[in-house]
Design a protein around this ligand. Structure first.
Ligand SMILES: NC(=O)c1ccc[n+]([C@@H]2O[C@H](COP(=O)([O-])OP(=O)(O)OC[C@H]3O[C@@H](n4cnc5c(N)ncnc54)[C@H](O)[C@@H]3O)[C@@H](O)[C@H]2O)c1
Ligand SMILES: O=c1ccn([C@@H]2O[C@H](COP(=O)(O)OP(=O)(O)O[C@H]3O[C@H](CO)[C@@H](O)[C@H](O)[C@H]3O)[C@@H](O)[C@H]2O)c(=O)[nH]1
Length: 644
């Protein structure tokens, strides 16, 4: 079920001052309370105004943009929607284009206030520094290292060029480019409910653009939308401004939550879909120029607009399909004695298959995969292609099957009764490194457990807030869900006297070897990450140096988390104090710091807290079987034959 707020009915949201139902900040919107950093090389931070108009672009034959026309110069970018995509994407564009004014608008005042404060509304490693550098500007430089040219005055300072505002109409009216990054959830009622995309917010934003934008403004679809949405934009703009022809581009976003800054900094590709008219191609060139400030030319690819729209849904569907495929194999493994981890590794060595997205577990969660596959199946059906729709539907079926299997196994292994028993859930977020509690597989597991009437369910997650989790629980049918579930800030409190511990998120803190278990010698095959666990910002900063000093043991798939270069950090403007009585400040003061909450779990301590027979269910394949066995746990893992 999609709980992203959306506009309802067919209200006309043309006028920003109208009384239309603006999406509110949902209760599951978390403050960013930590200061993790992502490492960005010094020479990637533009400190001086740079004119990009002379940058060469690839030839049309290669599917890139040609070099024929006179460049349109973009001075002013408006991004509608200050969410997970709009905020970080706008911040990255602003960071790399200091000569351009980038304004993110949203009708949700609370979100905008948060973006303008020290409590950003989303948690993403590195986001806070990027936002601060672009939003607040930098103080004069001190040492002129890297690519600074000390002889040029302007290179030593950087003025703010990232703004967050609720003034939608005014900002749109000044923009050369408007990027629409609003929510596009699944429809909850009416035709296509449960599958079709709810375009209400997108339509509302498009009407605002059609009404207020100036002649020649480039309209960019950044939201994930069904194929042919470009036509919808055209229809709306023609209804409102028949005398004008707005260039329309599709520029889907591929960032993942938890690694948004890394993904934006080094995208595999930037896709720009345009109409093959002179104005369409010129608009695509102008947008490509914005990205060319930091993305290599060969990664900026132009498509026809329909391909660009469809490639986003396709990419998500293919990624999700891999997860469902390996999960289907995990069920066979459990019945045969094969090990799904070994299978994933073996097939991943085939370069045609590759190792990514082959981790078996509870299945995919998050706000995108389910809704985007649902949208694809609906699209296929609407186009009269029921076999295609059924094919993709199966990816969702397999995903649900995996969660059901997991929960049923927990119940079965606890003698088919949860009465009087406490169950512990370690990890609520749909994946590690995010505090986003939406669409978590944990919710489905909890729903099934609640049906068995447990005494209590204790949840610990290092980042999801209690308010967010409770908001999600409110969607469950069980009337007593809020009473039975307890959200703990301490993992040991959550585990105390528990009949079963369920690991439902792949947080690194759960992966650590049990301290009393023998540490296996690991092969050295990657110079990237040492097997130490960074715990302080200084550790994070020094991670690359450490890996040079000492040959690392490997931790696969670890994201190198670092920081902006020290020179930049030293030049960030001091953060303004919050107003007296700031709610977020008092929340931060009260809560255990998220860094503390992410300290590696001491499994030997957990082993002393739980009830016999120390049942441990690993829904993410993150636990070390031998180590857990040594501590006396009875470990159940998806994709491996049961040891119980
Ligand atoms: N979350 C992700 O990781 C991710 C990644 C890639 C693509 N996407 C896609 O990007 C789009 C946005 O996703 P998100 O996660 O950022 O959504 P979100 O819900 O976090 O944010 C959307 C924002 O748009 C605002 N909004 C809605 N209508 C508006 C209007 N008319 N005027 C001004 N503001 C308006 C809302 O108030 C909200 O703050 C979706 O289509 C999504 O599928 C999301
Ligand atoms: O091998 C894997 C990989 C992922 N997952 C799960 O799949 C879900 C989604 O993970 P991920 O794709 O990393 O996160 P998202 O933030 O949902 O990002 C996806 O959805 C975004 C929104 O459309 C796209 O932009 C990204 O490219 C796409 O990866 C999570 O629950 C993961 O635990 C697995 O179970 N096994």
């Amino acid at each position: 079920m999609d709980r992203t707020p959306s506009l309802t009915g067919s209200e006309d949201c043309t006028d920003s001052s109208s009384n239309c139902s603006v999406p509110d900040t949902p209760a599951n919107w978390s403050p960013n309370v930590v200061g993790e950093h992502y490492s960005i090389p010094m020479d990637e931070i533009a400190l001086q105004p740079v004119m990009r108009a002379d940058l060469p672009l690839g030839g049309a034959r290669e599917g890139r943009i040609s070099h024929r026309r006179v460049r349109r110069q973009i001075r002013n970018v408006c991004c509608i929607g200050a969410g997970y995509v709009g905020g970080p994407t706008a911040a990255m564009i602003a960071l790399h284009n200091p000569h351009i004014r980038v304004t993110v608008v949203d009708r949700d005042e609370k979100r905008i206030r948060a973006w303008n404060s020290r409590h950003l509304p989303i948690h993403e490693p590195g986001l806070s520094d990027v936002v601060r550098a672009a939003r607040d500007g930098l103080r004069p430089g001190v040492d002129g290292t890297g690519h600074f040219d000390a002889s040029i005055e302007e290179t030593t300072t950087r003025a703010p060029n990232l703004f967050f505002s609720t003034a939608c109409a005014e900002t749109i009216a000044e923009a050369d480019v408007v990027m629409i990054s609003v929510n596009t959830p699944t429809k909850r009622q009416g035709q296509g409910a449960g599958r079709a995309t709810d375009m209400t917010a997108f339509e509302g934003a498009t009407r605002d653009v059609a009404t207020h934008s100036r002649r020649g403004c480039i309209i960019v679809e950044k939201s994930t939308v069904p194929c042919k949405t470009g036509q919808l934009i055209k229809n709306i703009t023609q209804q409102h401004r028949p005398e004008l022809d707005f260039p329309i581009l599709s520029n889907p976003e591929f960032l993942s939550e938890g690694t948004a800054i890394k993904d934006l900094m080094r995208p595999d590709r930037v896709i720009i879909g345009c109409e093959s008219t002179p104005s369409g191609i010129a608009a695509a060139e102008a947008l490509a120029d914005l990205y060319a400030s930091w993305v290599p030319q060969e990664r900026i690819v132009t498509n026809n607009i329909w391909s660009a729209e469809l490639c986003k849904l396709t990419a998500n569907a293919m990624l999700a399909q891999r997860i469902s495929s390996i999960n289907s194999i995990s069920a066979i493994c459990e019945r045969t004695g094969a090990d799904v981890g070994e299978i994933a590794k073996s097939i991943g060595l085939d370069r045609r298959i590759g190792p990514q997205f082959l981790k078996a577990g509870l299945g995919f969660g998050g706000s995108c995969f389910r809704k985007d596959i649902a949208s694809l199946t609906y699209l296929a059906e609407s186009l009269g292609l029921p076999e295609v729709a059924a094919y993709w539907e199966q990816v969702l079926t397999m995903n649900n099957y995996q969660r059901d299997r997991f929960a049923l196994n927990v119940i079965a292994k606890l003698n088919n009764s949860l009465r009087g028993k406490k169950i512990t859930i370690l990890g609520y977020a749909f994946k590690k490194d995010t505090g986003d509690a939406r669409e978590s597989p944990a919710l489905d597991v909890i729903r099934m457990l609640l049906e068995e009437g447990p005494k209590s369910i204790a949840i610990f997650d290092p980042l999801c807030s209690e308010a967010d989790i409770r908001y999600e629980l409110s969607a469950l049918p069980a009337a007593d869900a809020q009473d039975v579930v307890k959200v703990c800030a301490d993992p040991y409190e959550a585990c105390e006297d528990s009949s079963a511990v369920l690991v439902l998120t792949d947080w690194d803190m759960f992966k650590m070897q049990p301290r009393s278990a023998p540490v296996k010698a690991q092969p050295v095959d990657s110079p990237v990450i040492a097997s130490f666990s960074p715990s302080t910002p200084a550790d994070l900063l020094h991670l690359p140096q450490r890996s040079k000093e000492k040959p690392p043991t490997i931790v696969k798939d670890t994201v190198a988390v670092g920081t902006l270069p020290e020179e930049i950090i030293a030049r960030l403007q001091p953060q303004a104090d919050c107003e007296t009585g700031c709610e977020e400040c008092s929340l931060v003061r009260k809560s255990t710091s998220s860094k503390q909450r992410q300290e590696a779990i001491d499994w030997s301590r957990v082993a002393t807290l739980v009830r016999q027979p120390k049942m441990l269910f690993d829904g993410r394949n993150v636990l070390d079987a031998a180590g857990m066995d040594a501590l006396g746990f009875r470990l159940e893992t998806l994709g491996r034959a049961s040891t119980v």
